[in-house]
Design a protein around this ligand. Structure first.
Ligand code: ZN
Length: 497
């Protein structure tokens, strides 16, 4: 739309008022009747600028001089933006397209993600955080969605995006996430999945099963015991032993999933994607167990959009898949057939950097699926630090080493920190090679919370300010690195950009 002179954003005037050189994000310039909106950066801060007049101009909070209002990129103004420009508001994946979760721990990665997605048909979940990630980074669901919404506006991206309250386990957290405007709930039932049963012997399973409520057991057995179910060209018999094991492992989780679905999802006024995750177990979900869960969810009238089984092999943070690719393909084929038959999509968690399985996902699933990535954009930020500020990189790397033992408690990783090249033996120009080393990648990956939040003796954050200042200055480079890295994910998944 043509911008009339009096409504055009005037960079010179803004520079004077903000007292700093500014960057005007041209793709953000949008005319809304008598008002033109745009996003600008001044130093580390971004501002929404409104020029002209009219309802949107009046509703935004900010400081006005003449016909120009400078507005903070806060939560209240994000809501105003949402109401006038619906594409800035998260939405559900109504057409069930293949979707990618792009968890952005720093709140700085969405612009790069948008560039990576250009020309593909993938539905992005730009806002995706678990409660653990929020705690480790001192953020809130509101803040996560605010950052994604402003980035969408900055890039003029009108393709739509979702917001995922990831790995939620508690009702209070689900309520907080929904209130903040998430469009997807990933329900993590791992607290009520009985993991101890996986390793029990036959007799121990019998003994545990005997202690369960007899009526409950009978109802399950009436439905499934020794029944044969055909999925695609595969037959599964839910034999007594396997069934008893599955009942012991999953019956509380099934009750929990149903209760959450009925309370929050089924009657929701807004369209929501509901993901059931059963992936946080040490033991892979076998096809029979998946089938049992699918049958039960259907019987309980729980409609799921996506389900995340625990696939065979290792999905460690920040590095490629570890395991037998042929076995993975077989496993995936069985899960895909079940998901298809029951009308939902598969979800693959910890999908960052799993390059060797991406072509298999594309080939085997054929239809659409969901894949979650999260920490890899943090590692791309560390790549930027290694490239642009060797001194900061060295200090962060050293601190990560000192905190590795603490971080390790939260993650399943096989990192060997003794195998990481010593900092003293590494030239500045070679620091970036740490981002190609699996051990160093995991070291930096799992210590992110400490690197961002740890303080010195006076209570000052050790690196946070310096780190975010660098990201602000190098915003374009960060977007380029992400476009390349996430672009590689999408390319191998079969989405050409
Ligand atoms: Zn997961």
């Amino acid at each position: 739309m043509e911008l009339y002179e009096e409504k055009r954003i005037k960079p010179e005037q803004l520079k004077k008022r903000l007292g700093k050189p500014i960057t005007l994000y041209e793709r953000s310039e949008t005319s809304l009747g008598e008002c033109t909106l745009a996003l600008v950066r001044a130093g580390r801060e971004k501002y929404l600028v409104a020029t002209g007049s009219g309802p949107v101009f009046d509703e935004l909070e900010g400081t006005t001089e003449g016909s120009c209002k400078i507005c903070p990129t806060n939560h209240a103004n994000r809501l105003v933006l949402n109401s006038y420009l619906p594409y800035t508001k998260p939405q559900s994946n109504a057409n069930k397209r293949t979707s990618i979760g792009l968890g952005d721990r720093l709140g700085e990665a969405t612009c790069g993600h948008i560039r990576a997605l250009q020309g593909t048909s993938v539905f992005p979940i730009f806002a995706q955080q678990s409660v653990r990630e929020l705690t480790l980074t001192g953020r809130t669901f509101e803040d996560v969605i605010d950052k994604a919404a402003y980035a969408v506006f900055q890039e003029g991206y009108t393709g739509g995006y979702g917001a995922d309250g990831d790995h939620l386990k508690k009702e209070a957290d689900i309520e907080k996430a929904l209130e903040a405007g998430v469009t997807m709930i990933t329900l993590d039932s791992s607290d009520v999945i009985d993991n101890t049963v996986f390793t029990l012997g036959t007799h121990e399973v019998e003994a545990r099963y005997e202690q369960m409520d007899a009526t409950l057991c009978k109802s399950y057995e009436d439905r499934y015991r020794d029944q044969v179910f055909t999925v695609s060209d595969q037959s599964y018999t839910l034999d007594a032993e396997h069934l008893k094991r599955d009942i012991l492992i999953y019956h509380r989780a099934l009750d929990f999933i149903q209760a959450i679905y009925e309370k929050y999802i089924a009657g929701s006024a807004v369209s929501l994607d509901f993901e059931v995750s059963i992936d946080e177990t040490d033991t892979p979900t076998d096809a029979k167990s998946h089938l049992f869960i699918a049958l039960e969810l259907k019987r309980r009238k729980v409609v799921v959009s996506t389900l995340a089984p625990r696939f065979i092999g290792e999905f460690q943070k920040g590095i490629d898949y570890r395991g037998d690719l042929a076995l993975f393909e077989q496993d995936l084929l069985a899960h895909t057939a079940i998901a298809k038959q029951f009308g939902y999509r598969l979800s693959v968690h910890s999908g960052s950097d799993k390059f060797s399985i991406f072509p298999i996902l594309q080939k085997t699933i054929k239809g659409s699926f969901h894949i979650k990535t999260a920490g890899t954009n943090w590692l791309e930020a560390m790549r930027l630090v290694a490239l642009k500020d060797p001194d900061l990189y060295r200090r962060m790397h050293r601190h990560a080493l000192s905190r590795f033992a603490d971080a390790r408690a939260f993650y399943h990783v096989t990192t060997d920190i003794s195998a990481i090249e010593a900092l003293d033996a590494t030239q500045d120009a070679e620091l970036v090679h740490y981002l190609e080393d699996d051990n160093a990648r995991q070291l930096l990956h799992i210590t992110y919370g400490f690197l961002l939040e740890d303080t010195d003796a006076t209570g000052r954050k050790l690196f946070k300010d310096e780190f975010f200042s660098l990201l602000a200055i190098e915003e374009q480079l960060y977007a380029d690195l992400l476009a390349k890295h996430i672009g590689k994910h999408l390319h191998l998944l079969g989405f050409a950009s």
